[in-house]
Write a protein that binds this ligand. Sequence first.
Ligand code: 1CP
Length: 344
Amino acid sequence: MLLKNDLILRTIKGEKTERTPVWLMRQAGRILPEYRAVRSALSGFKELVETPEKAAEVTIQPVDILGVDAAIIFSDILVIPEAMGLTYEMVEKKGPRFPETIKSKSDIEKLKVAEPDDLHYTIDAIKITKKELDGRVPLIGFAGAPWTIFAYMVEGGGSKTFSKARAMLYTEPELAHQLLQKITDSTINYLKGQIVAGADLIQVFDSWAGILSPAQYETFSLPYISQICDAITEVPKTVFAKDAYFARRSLGKLNCNTIGLDWCMDPQESRTLIGPEKALQGNLDPCALYGTESDIEKAVKNMLEAFGPDKHIANLGHGVYPDMDHGKVKFFVETVKELSKGMR
Ligand code: 1CP
């Protein structure tokens, strides 16, 4: 299907565009009353993820309400462990929890390599979303980076230190590699399924990149992201490695099109380290949106000036926070559109 708004795709290719495209990480859900209305009619987060019509509905809400230049499919990175055989629970106001965790070789052997069929609900949600979007904006598919998924599977949930997951890298490095490979194979299958279903580009979230040392990152994360980038040839690929300021030069060498930056990464320094080829995505501090409209305007202007008009996709440096005023979020989107037009 022909896209009516392909600004993001043209920006990734390095074309001159009429303005900077903009979307927000975690734009689906969280901040919109319309999302909470859909969710409260269901038993919880998982039912929403697993009900394709509803997942499609909340995926499209930010396109209608905020005016963003892309939709991101409503799902979670933790559907992959579940499809491999490790179920998660989403505990209200707390986050994900895995009743069973991965501790041994036999635990890993019991896991299956996931196939798109194991994630039919997200695949179906993508098909419905594509149909309902009718080409208005591109649809982003996504998955967690293998290291980040590994961290949840070994730790059993969110953590400040992820000490169990990091310990395994020292005590059982071979096991760690086995699990990382199985996650990688599952992720490639899943992303390919998302693309067949209609995803126009994909993003890999390495949310826990920053808890590894630079050497560990080169050993336990980058090679697996690199396998994913090499395997996905059909659509543009974005890699967002949170807090991995130390890995920017290596990230720049990945076979991907866009690198996501968090707000602690300086745009110009990042451009130097990553090189001229890739698009950069980001990177306003989400907390900037707690400011007044005039504060937001200044922050957006600084961001746009720092990145320049080419090969930049405006976004926050991490997901939008749940308590953020959606009026301010909308103002952010409109301000990027408005100011970037005038900076050509
Ligand atoms: O825009 C969107 O919100 C779309 C869907 C989406 C995405 C892209 C959700 C729904 N989750 C994610 C990605 C995700 N999930 C990441 C990577 C991005 C990031 O770093 O923010 C991570 C780390 C998770 C894991 C996860 N899921 C957490 C964090 C736990 C921790 O370690 O502290 C939490 C709290 C969730 C729950 C979740 N996922 C999504 C929503 C809307 C929610 C909240 C639950 C709800 O509203 O019911």
